[in-house]
Design a protein around this ligand. Sequence first.
Ligand code: KIV
Ligand code: ZN
Length: 555
Amino acid sequence: MPNPSNYGPDKVLIFDTTLRDGEQSPGATLNAQEKLDIARQLARLGVDIIEAGFPAASPGDLEAVQRIAQTVGQEPRIDRQGNPAEPPVICGLARANPQDIDAAWEAVRPAKHPRIHTFLATSPVHMEYKLKMQPEEVVARVREMVGYAKQYCADVEFSPEDAGRSDPRFLYQVLTAAIAAGATTLNIPDTVGYTTPDEFGRLIRDIREHTPGAKDVVISVHCHNDLGLATANTMAGVQNGARQVEVTINGIGERAGNTSLEEVVMALYVRQQVYETETNIITQEIHRSSDMVSRYTGMVIQPNKAIVGANAFAHEAGIHQDGMLKNKRTYEIMDADTIGLSHSKLVLGKHSGRHAFRVRMEEMGYHLEDEELNKVFRRFKDLADKKKTVSDADLEALVGDEVYQPKETWELVNVQVQCGNNVVPTAVVTLRNTDSGATVTDAGFGSGPVDAVYQGINRIVQVPNVLTEFLVQAVTEGIDANGDVTIRIAVPESRGFTHTAQGRPRRRLFSGRGIDTDIIVASAKAYMQALNKLIDAESATQSTVHIANGERSAV
Ligand code: KIV
Ligand code: ZN
């Protein structure tokens, strides 16, 4: 691990947990390839530490973290100044038991800078009802398990889960034991998003003052957003000496989510005079990271979301527009360019060639393989036939639709629909099975055209599921805009649950997204994507280890 003291007093380390805590959001399940793509993008963004997963959850999770450690964890990258930089620290989460720590070490050890993050709850309610442990037993277990992790790895992080509702004096004891056993980072989680900024800031200050040795380790904060206070609490932590913040892209995470990376980073950037700190983040990569995570997880960003929402830089009101024209600073505290929202000077249309297209893709930061570029270029040409000009938003959507795809067991070949005010909506669907090569055609009837298409697909694929969400949006303005459909499907309970790191049951939801100028086709694509994710996950979990109440049992 890069020694924390090398960062100097004014550097705030960005610990991204999109792939671990973020992935615990209902329906945000990611496959191994998607996790790797996101980890690569996080490295490009400049995050210091990537919490890549919870390796003890299943062999698949362990492999996914290991792949990230072997690749992203070993690849040099470019820093904010354009100089070669070290790969990020790759971290794996483990409960405070030897099996979890063994699995975490197995997964992260190939990284140049590995970290084991272990945790144990310290609040009265967690100790009594969940752990069924006395406070002294908790202190002893922390000492033992941090020591156990330390024999593998120099860089060990410890978190007292539910610190926000723990007795501070007990926390000092637990944290003192963790430091004595070799922890190098102490992370203070507000696990249920209960504290207020004043309280949380005071807690961080008191921990630094009352825990012997706290000044020699990095104090980190990890906030949840149940009361909408995650960013405010995190900033209060920084003002009181925390030098690592645990965050996720777009603030995704269980329930109301985690602190969002882009909010904290931009607050530290725009209000540097207040916080007197800086980060290693390359802010121009924020928009792309946000878009990728939204696409892969199917978690749509609310339009008014700070920094990355579609309206974050839009000025509707006449009085604002007038002010903006006179001087941008009247209503804008940061430039859209700072987060990588570029305004292309090169307008692409149907006469644009492959070279101009590749140049634009590169400018936008997409370094595509030839085959990927060809696919996206073909889609671009089709779209340019239907639309006069193709915007960056369209191009981003096409890259997402063509390149960021799960393993396709079933491929959509053709879809044809008949509907109207006096007919029963009917769809004819043709799919190809990529394993057998067989092409199958069937028909479906429904209450509407999308329902008919989904019934037709169901008759071929035959994987029971329930549609729980269906959202249609336009990628850009105008009647010729691309339709962007996001859906979520749930697996019936009888087909099993998985569990989070904290042992909570996790409903199995799969998201899908499809882009097309025809929203029926976009809907079909979205459904195929969600079904392919479900099929892929079911084949990967044949040997999954399920975790309940802190125990592991093979199924
Ligand atoms: O919220 C929490 O307490 C956690 C810990 C595992 C750090 O995610
Ligand atoms: Zn958390």
